[in-house]
Design a binder for this molecule. Structure first.
Ligand SMILES: NC(=O)c1ccc[n+]([C@@H]2O[C@H](COP(=O)([O-])OP(=O)(O)OC[C@H]3O[C@@H](n4cnc5c(N)ncnc54)[C@H](O)[C@@H]3O)[C@@H](O)[C@H]2O)c1
Length: 397
């Protein structure tokens, strides 16, 4: 299969490239290096040692069973380059991961909100237009987020739901209720892609993905040159990844609010397995298909507890937990029941237990403890999503 991976230098994009290339697929990656730049500007770094984009692509090419190509440019600006790649490479699958993925970053201020909208919305619109003109039959696999749905007081379905108003019935999209400007860009994307499928006959799977944790997939074992990044700063670290590095740095695990908020989560290995499976079952031309992608759901406190236990088991010391004022605007006690029925029909089965993944992550990150200790400052949240300028306080019981 010929796969175009937009955002190939990122956390998921690089892992996907390693997996597809190992299976003998031909891959073409595009990235503009913005993730590396933004993490650096936020005072963070990857907790795993990673090669520069061009060097890691060189390593992958050396190990690869299919071809590996790459370009560096911004897909939200450089439409001509994107079109030319689609025309020349003729991808069968286009994985679109090239977006700014941080909710707190998008909530910093007006400038960050606008930039996130421009980057994320323009990138998707450019992909859709380039597909219309050069790659109409390719399968677009777009990564959305479970965060598009917010915290509804009913189960979260996959795709459309039956709605009856005044005796009239129709299948309609399930309402979105994002809680950050970043998530809102994903909501806009969902509507834009749905329309492009309808008017241009494109086919797309829009993947509503939960929060991913983990630092490696099986193709990376014993190959540190293929490491993917692992961030832990307040903007780009996702919850379990952040807790792991906090534990290793002898920093209390930072829980926002009571910690009773629930999130859908999945290991990196499962995320990549699913993206591979989805490509094998493309929707029909003109079809917009939506599915939920997660392994399980847990509260933030439950996740912290799993990291505490694993860390204690491996090192004999238990990290503390520290509650902070919640910078987010969200319900802390809420109903949560997302559905996940489509992926198992494509062959998805959970690969690893969370405890096992967490233990492996701790063992890997602990090797870099000394180097990481100078980045501790990047951990603490500083921006209230309400716009309040006060510092975020620790909560004492
Ligand atoms: N990691 C998660 O837990 C998670 C959960 C749900 C959804 N997602 C979504 O999955 C996708 C990948 O996430 P990730 O964690 O790998 O993020 P990431 O930031 O590591 O990867 C995105 C990559 O795209 C690149 N990029 C961004 N804008 C670009 C542009 N305009 N042109 C070219 N390249 C650009 C970045 O440099 C980065 O390397 C994102 O769309 C994200 O919103 C991630």
């Amino acid at each position: 299969m010929r796969a175009l991976i937009l955002g190939m230098d990122g956390y998921l994009g690089w892992s996907l490239a390693c997996a597809l290339s190992d299976r003998g697929h031909e891959i073409y990656g595009v990235d503009n290096g913005s993730r590396r730049r933004l993490v650096k500007e936020s005072g963070g770094t990857s907790a795993t040692k990673i090669l520069m984009y061009e060097d890691r692509v060189g390593e992958l090419r050396r190990l690869s069973k299919g071809g590996v190509y790459r370009e560096t440019f911004d897909i939200s600006h450089d439409f001509d380059c994107l079109s030319a790649i689609m025309k020349g490479f003729k991808p069968e699958v286009i994985y679109h991961l090239a977006q700014m993925p941080s909710a707190p970053f998008s909530m910093k201020d007006r400038k960050h909100c606008l930039w996130t909208h421009q980057n994320n919305l323009f990138s998707t619109l450019n992909v859709l237009y380039a597909m219309r003109d050069q790659s109409r039959t390719a399968h677009l696999i777009k990564i959305g987020t479970m965060g598009e749905f917010g915290q509804p007081n009913v189960p979260i379905p996959e795709g459309e739901v039956l709605v009856e108003i005044d005796g009239h019935r129709d299948m309609l999209p399930f309402p979105r209720a994002a809680g950050s400007w970043y998530h809102q860009t994903k909501v806009h994307d969902t509507h834009n892609i749905r329309m492009a499928c309808k008017i241009w006959g494109l086919r797309c799977t829009d993947v509503m993905q939960g929060v991913v944790y983990g630092n490696k997939i099986k193709e990376m074992y014993e190959k540190p040159e293929l490491n993917t990044r692992l961030d832990f700063d307040q903007y780009f670290g996702t919850v379990i990844n952040r807790f792991i590095v906090q534990a290793v740095l002898d920093h209390p695990l930072t829980i926002y609010g009571r910690g009773t908020q629930v999130r859908s989560i999945l290991p990196l290995q499962d995320s990549i397995n699913c993206l591979g499976l989805i490509a094998l079952s493309p929707p029909a031309p003109g079809m917009y298909r939506e599915l939920n992608q997660f392994q399980e759901y847990k509260s933030i406190s439950e996740m912290a507890h799993i990291v505490q236990e694993a860390y204690y088991e491996l090192t004999g010391s238990e990290p503390k937990v520290l509650h902070y004022e919640n910078p987010r605007q969200e319900k802390e006690e809420h109903f949560y029941k997302p559905m996940r029925e489509i992926l198992p029909t494509m062959g998805y089965a959970p690969s690893e237990r969370i405890e096992q993944v967490v233990r492996g992550m701790i063992a890997d990150v602990i090797e870099n403890k000394l180097f990481l200790s100078k980045y501790k400052k990047a951990i603490i949240p500083t921006a209230h999503w309400s716009g309040d300028k006060r510092a975020i306080q620790e909560l004492r019981n």
